[in-house]
Design a protein. Structure first.
Lengths: 303, 303
């Protein structure tokens, strides 16, 4: 089954202790699509300017990402320039130029409106709500968000929570949204406001998935070389949604497997700049890493 | 089989966002013993002053902790006063009075010298080495350490590494010791210098156990109320060593189970002040929490 993603399509310039990359493909929708397309067909909705390297998007198109919803508008593309220090835990934003993204109003093409799986990547909650007006009865809607919207669009974000099945957010965002330092309590706060699943991403410390009655935890893969953390969260979401969409199975057991696929995709994303590594890997490498996750947490019952 | 612990026996005064406790049992050896004694007989070696509330130690004695190695010396007991802010991640030390602990020279009683399992809790590496001179052919020796010794006793600590089978340390200490930010590389650095197992504790983010060929990861239990983090690491070590000593099985599979028992004990330790919760729990509660750890990370194979 198809997954629809609506989010940013950007040009990133990133500096890490291990190198730098200039004007490479970035943005939540690109990372999500590069990841999810390993598992299921993807429909992408976003906006770029006239300066965007559209030929570079062909790598995604070849992987089964339908770009019919990628609008090219007059003006400059969204550009982000950032730097990671040695600990790689948080990006320092050096420049942000929203360009045409600042006037983005998602228009879902007619042929995308029946998408059974929808991911509302990190954009203005008002636009996320507009997307929901345009799609018909999806089986699962998930959203992401960030500190900026939690602060500036709180009422709209709370409205959105009522209308999504799942939210992914990082630990700092969960604490900010719920004004609660304890993550278990933060998750309960969110679950009480709509979503049936809450995924709290903790970066190098893994991810929790909470439901009303269960907690599942997936570690981050212990990599020796984390090259560039940009996009790990969106690659996680892509692996997660892609896995659910591929099987169409919404059981708890399958949600858990989906979190592991998301974690595997996140671990690949950080091994190179941009979506480079996500484009390189094949089904065998993905299966092998999922197997590594199993070994990482496996312990046998006592005799 | 018996486990011998050599470490500090202190009086703690702790303030957290949830309350305060004054002059309660603390120190690495107490937390370790309260935890390990749920699984196996414990022999404790340490020193206190004439002001120590020896009657409070009876709770440990009743649980099978042999206090024959607890010396009472002329002078004041080791006292620590600390505070945790809302995030509970790091203690702020307000006062430290070493008292008789500053002249501690561990004397292992004759009847303790054949202990098959030895835990050298966080004390001066020179003293940890002195303990090793006094014990006969233990099956497994593990040690802990801290930033202060990494800085001030580096040569002695490196000498100790050659002579222990396992080291537990937290992520910050691992980075400091190895001058490496990546924990996988840090673990390899330590493994190359002696220990066959390295356990890196990440507090609320769980713990890694590294061997030359394997990595195992155990999450921290997602508690709704973390009351006082003091002693969690030593309770972890107690659960871990106690589990190994109980079975005497040094297979990889058993080491993994031991890490889960350690994690379970760490999660109990933080639910109340001092060793209070560790003294309350019973075998059923421990088994139930170990079961919860299994549910927390379990995901089924694909069909």
């Amino acid at each position: 089954m198809t997954v629809l993603v609506v989010g940013s399509v950007a040009l990133d310039s990133v500096e890490t202790p291990f190198g730098k990359a200039d004007n490479v493909l970035g943005g939540s929708a690109n990372f999500f699509a590069a990841s999810a397309s390993h598992l299921t067909p993807v429909q992408l909705v976003g906006v770029v300017g006239t300066d965007y390297p559209m030929h570079d998007m062909q790598a995604l198109a070849k992987r089964g990402v339908d770009l019919a919803g990628l609008e090219q508008a007059d003006g400059a593309s969204f550009r982000w320039r950032g730097r990671y220090r040695h600990d790689l835990n948080s990006a320092e934003t050096l420049e942000t130029h929203l360009g045409v993204f600042s006037h983005f109003r998602p228009k879902i093409p007619a042929q995308f409106r029946d998408a059974p799986f929808v991911f509302l990547a990190n954009i203005d909650p008002r636009l996320q709500l507009e997307v929901l007006e345009q799609v018909r009865q999806p089986r699962l809607v998930a959203c992401d968000t960030m500190n900026f919207w939690i602060e500036s669009r709180r009422p709209e974000l709370l409205e959105l929570l009522k209308r999504v099945d799942l939210i992914t957010l990082n630990d700092g965002e969960a604490r900010q949204l719920t004004e609660t330092s304890n993550l278990v309590k933060a998750a309960r706060w969110i679950l009480a406001r709509g979503p049936k699943h809450v995924i709290i991403k903790k970066g190098e410390h893994g991810a929790f998935m909470f439901t009303e009655k269960t907690v599942f935890y997936a570690p981050a893969y212990p990599l020796e070389d984390v090259f560039d953390p940009t996009g790990a969260g969106d690659a996680f979401a892509g692996g997660f949604m892609g896995y659910l969409a591929r099987s169409g199975d919404l059981s708890e057991a399958n949600f858990r497997r989906a979190v592991i696929y998301g974690s595997a995709m996140g671990s690949f994303a950080v091994e190179k700049f941009s979506i480079e590594r996500l484009l390189e890997i094949d089904a065998k490498q993905l299966a092998s890493r999922v197997g590594d996750f199993r070994k990482l947490v496996a312990f046998e019952d006592e005799l």
